[in-house]
Design a protein. Structure first.
Length: 139
């Protein structure tokens, strides 16, 4: 089994800065989390993804954990295989829209990402509602 590549500090900092400190999946800023954010391999190393800026997304611990090494899932609307959202090649606004604290999916990619990352689970929405109330979400 190949050893997991360590992401160099400079690369991690570039990924952080590019995202403005926000999770590229749920859009919550890291300053509002007690857990550290991470550079997530969009395409996991076990699938051939590299520890390169073009394959790294800034991610909160919850989104990173739930995404794991997944690349696709079954779209609950069509029953067909759909790719998860890739922040390096896709625009967030094309696949999702905010409705207050809810993240509404607009495409098959959006639907599978919302489901796999549990973006609209009650506790996650409650957290974002508090942030919205105080003008801290999004960004």
């Amino acid at each position: 089994m190949a050893e997991k590549a360590r992401i160099p500090r400079r690369l991690r900092d570039r990924v952080h800065d590019r995202a403005g400190g926000c999770c590229e999946y749920c859009l919550v800023h890291e300053r509002y989390s007690i857990k550290s954010y991470q550079a997530d391999h969009v395409i996991a190393e076990k699938h051939g993804g590299l520890a390169a800026e073009s394959n790294l997304a800034w991610s909160c611990a919850v989104c990173n954990y739930l995404k794991g090494t997944d690349l696709t899932s079954i779209d609950p609307q069509t029953g067909k295989l759909a790719r998860l959202y890739n922040s390096r090649t896709q625009r967030w606004e094309r696949h999702f829209r905010l409705s207050g604290a809810l993240i509404e999916p607009l495409t098959a990619t959006g639907r599978v990402t919302v489901r796999i990352l549990r973006l609209n689970d009650t506790d996650r929405v409650d957290e974002r509602e508090l942030l919205v109330r105080f003008g801290m979400y999004p960004r």
